[in-house]
Design a binder for this molecule. Structure first.
Ligand SMILES: [Zn+2]
Length: 324
């Protein structure tokens, strides 16, 4: 989900909740919490310089229950400094002042939780339980971002910015939430439709569906539970199949299976391979034996994530590795 949506959703919920009267400062705290954890792009450089720290990436460390709280506290502390909000106030000609106290931190964390839930619904997943586990959780329902949602979110922000009757702002916020939930409902229905339209044969036993930017187009992945996959795009409106390809999890050129396995075992301990596997749940390997060792290319054959599609490492016969 985009940054605008992550601001609007907690802001809208706090505005529309009839439970108690939240002031504009409270609602802003929720919105700021909502956007705080996407400022993780600042950390990307750390992960880039040191591949061992691959959790320092977008949708990495800050997208967890524990570090989401830490991030929200830091973000709220910074934005509640008079010099910071003063500068923003001057720029946008509106008062965005928030306090730094238990209440505002709690509301910011509420914004973080909404953000985590929304990103969980998107493909690729997020490490919710970090530092206890590196597992990425994903419902694979929405694509990373949705152009229509982003554009509507910008319009809603404009409505919030303008000096309009609060009644109209509430209508806009309600409309936005209804739109998001409807898109989710349609996607859930189309995903079930895509899965139920398939018949497994040729030894394939499992099937999963991944979202694309088009809610009527799904990337289907069939597996035989061992080493073979079939990938294709299924359109739920026309019932058509496109881009069909079969993938072996391991293809070996020139060398023996055992020797390739040993090289892969070693390569799996390398930070760049660990990093790649962490972002690519479906990795296949092309292994080519050369006079000096093994060239191993790890590639993502589903391609439902952003970032590198493949990584190649060279494992020398004496196991000293050279990265290409
Ligand atoms: Zn995010």
């Amino acid at each position: 989900m985009d940054l605008f949506t992550h601001f609007i959703v907690p802001f809208a919920i706090l505005t529309l909740l009839k439970l108690r009267d939240f002031t504009i400062k409270d609602r802003l705290s929720g919105g700021f919490g909502g956007i705080s954890i996407d400022f993780d792009f600042i950390l990307v450089l750390i992960g880039f310089i040191s591949p061992e720290l691959f959790i320092f990436t977008h949708r990495g460390i800050t997208h967890s229950f524990v570090f989401g709280l830490v991030t929200a506290i830091i973000f709220l502390y910074i934005i509640s400094r008079p010099r910071v909000y003063g500068l923003i106030n001057d720029l946008i000609k509106r008062d965005i002042k928030v306090e730094f106290n238990w209440k505002s931190v709690s509301l910011a964390y509420f914004g973080v939780l909404i953000h985590l839930f929304l990103d969980f619904l998107t493909t690729g997943g997020i490490p919710l339980l970090y530092p206890f586990s590196l597992i990425r959780f994903s419902a694979n329902l929405y694509y990373y971002t949705d152009l229509v949602t982003t554009l509507v979110a910008i319009v809603i922000l404009l409505v919030l910015y303008l000096r309009l009757d609060p009644k109209y702002k509430k209508i806009a916020l309600t409309g936005f939430l209804v739109m998001l939930i409807s898109f989710g409902g349609i996607r859930a229905y189309e995903k079930i439709e895509a899965l139920e339209s398939q018949t497994l044969n040729d030894g394939y036993t499992n099937i999963t569906a991944y979202p694309t930017s088009d809610m009527f187009s799904w990337t289907m992945l069939e597996s035989n539970g061992k080493n073979k996959y079939r990938v294709f795009t299924y359109n739920t409106l026309n019932h058509t199949v496109a881009n069909l390809r079969e993938v072996n999890s391991l293809s070996i050129k020139n060398g023996s299976y055992e020797s390739a396995q040993n090289a892969i075992k070693y390569a799996n301990t390398l930070p760049e391979v660990k990093k790649f596997r962490w972002t690519s749940p479906h990795t296949a390997i092309n292994a080519t034996s050369t006079s000096t060792g093994w060239n191993l290319t790890f590639y993502d054959f589903v391609g439902n994530h952003y970032g590198a599609r493949e990584v190649t490492v060279h494992v020398e016969k004496n196991r000293n590795q050279i990265k290409y």
